[in-house]
Design a protein around this ligand. Structure first.
Ligand SMILES: CSC[C@@H](O)[C@@H](O)C(=O)COP(=O)(O)O
Length: 359
C-alpha cells in the first residue's frame, strides 16, 4: 500500500545490505520512522517491543530474523538458537511458529555453506506469499461485502485492532476486503475501534487515511451501541490463531464485538491466511494468551502540546492491573472465515485445505 503516495511494505530487504527495514509501529501515528534490523537480536527485539506487530508480520519478521542470524553463523547450533530466540518473543500468534518451522525445515537439511543465501530466499518467499494471499483475501471478502453494500447503497464496516497492511507484509487481512471494496467504487466507511490499551486502532485510522478510506474512531465501549442501532453492516477482524474447531484468538475485545454482533444480527467475519490456522490445536482453550506489562494500562502514550512524544501516568505503579492481550471467540459466533482460498464456516475450515492431515 502507499505511504504519502509511495508504494511501501511493512518490511523489506535493504538492497546490497545484510539487513531489513521496518516501519516502527511504536512511533505511529505520531511519527513515520523506518528502522533497520541487522541482527537476530534486532529482529527479536522488534517483535517483542511491538515495533512490528500483527500475526503475519510477526511471522515474516521472524523468517528474516533467521536469515540475519545465519549470515553470521550458519551452524546447526546457530539455526537452533535463532529459532528458539525468535520463538520465545510472543506466544499467541501462531504465524511466528509457522514461519520458524518452515525456515527450519527448509534450512536444516542444507550444508551450512548454502544456508545463508537459502534463508534469504525463503524469507523473501514467505513475505511475497503473504502479500499474494492477503490480496486474495481481499477479493474473497469483497464477494461477501458486495451484496451487503448493494442492499443499502453503502457499506459500514466495523473492525477491531489493526489487521491492515501494517499488520501483514502488505494489503492486510481484515482491511484487505475494505480496500478492495473502496477500490471497486463502493461507498465504504469504517468504524475503527480504539483497541485499548495499545491503541492499534490508531494504526488502522492512519493507514485508512493514507488510502483515503472514510473512517471514524470510536472508543471500544461504543461498539455495542452502534451495532444495536443498526449502524454496522458487517464486522471484520483478523486473527492471531484459529484452532482446528474454528475458535478464533484475536486482540482482546474481539469476543465482545462478536457477542454484540450476534445479538444485533450483524455478520461477524474473520479474515486470515493459512499461516494463522493451527490445525494442531484442538480448540480455543488451548491457545496461549499473552499477558502483557501492566504499565500498558497505567500509562497513556501520545504527544504533548509541543508535538513531541509524551507519556501520562494515570495509575500508580503499585496498582493491580490485568492485561491479557488476546481473547478467544468461539467458532459459533463467526459467520465465515475469509482465507486466500475462499470463505468457509469456521468449524469447516479444514475443507479448504484438503492436503493437510487433520487429527
Ligand atoms: C492481520 S493481523 C491479525 C491480528 O494479528 C491482529 O488483529 C492482532 O490481534 C494484533 O495484535 P498485536 O498485539 O498488535 O500484535
Amino acid at each position: 500500500m502507499k505511504v504519502n503516495n509511495v508504494p511501501t511494505r511493512s518490511i523489506w530487504r535493504v538492497a546490497d545490505h545484510a539487513a531489513v527495514d521496518i516501519i516502527d509501529q511504536t512511533a505511529l501515528p505520531h511519527a513515520y520512522r523506518v528502522l533497520r534490523l541487522a541482527s537476530l537480536e534486532d529482529a527479536a527485539h522488534a517483535i517483542r517491543s511491538m515495533q512490528v506487530r500483527g500475526a503475519p508480520l510477526i511471522g515474516a519478521t521472524a523468517a528474516y530474523g533467521v536469515a540475519l542470524a545465519l549470515l553470521r553463523d550458519a551452524s546447526d547450533a546457530a539455526l537452533a538458537n535463532a529459532v528458539a530466540t525468535l520463538g520465545g518473543t510472543r506466544p499467541t500468534a501462531v504465524n511466528l511458529h509457522w514461519a520458524l518451522q518452515r525456515m527450519q525445515a527448509h534450512l536444516a537439511p542444507l550444508p551450512a555453506i548454502e544456508r545463508g543465501a537459502a534463508a534469504w530466499r525463503e524469507a523473501e518467499a514467505i513475505a511475497d506469499e503473504d502479500v499474494a494471499q492477503n490480496r486474495a483475501i481481499g477479493e474473497h471478502g469483497l464477494a461477501l461485502l458486495r451484496p451487503l453494500a448493494e442492499k443499502r447503497g453503502r457499506l459500514d464496516v466495523m473492525t477491531h485492532c489493526n489487521a491492515g497492511w501494517l499488520a501483514t507484509v502488505d494489503h492486510g487481512t481484515a482491511l484487505s476486503p475494505v480496500y478492495a471494496a473502496f477500490d471497486a467504487g463502493i461507498d465504504v466507511r469504517v468504524w475503527v475501534s480504539e483497541t485499548r490499551p495499545r491503541n492499534q486502532g490508531l494504526l488502522t485510522a492512519w493507514e485508512l487515511q493514507q488510502h483515503g478510506v472514510p473512517h471514524t474512531l470510536i472508543a471500544d465501549n461504543a461498539a455495542g451501541l452502534l451495532l444495536a442501532r443498526g449502524e454496522v453492516d458487517a464486522v471484520i477482524v483478523g486473527a492471531d490463531r484459529i484452532a482446528a474447531n474454528g475458535d478464533v484468538a484475536n486482540k482482546v475485545g474481539t469476543y465482545l464485538k462478536a457477542l454484540a454482533a450476534k445479538e444485533a444480527g450483524v455478520p461477524f467475519y474473520v479474515a486470515a491466511p493459512r499461516s494463522t490456522l493451527d490445525f494442531g490445536c484442538a480448540a480455543g482453550d488451548a491457545i496461549p494468551i499473552e499477558e502483557r506489562e501492566g504499565d500498558e494500562l497505567r500509562v497513556v502514550n501520545g504527544t504533548g502540546s509541543d508535538g513531541r512524544p509524551a507519556a501520562v501516568r494515570q495509575l500508580a505503579k503499585d496498582e493491580a492491573v490485568a492485561n491479557p492481550a488476546f481473547d478467544v471467540t468461539p467458532a459459533r459466533f463467526v459467520a465465515a472465515v475469509i482465507t486466500e482460498r475462499g470463505s468457509a464456516a469456521a468449524h469447516a475450515l479444514a475443507t479448504l485445505y484438503p492436503e493437510e492431515r487433520h487429527g
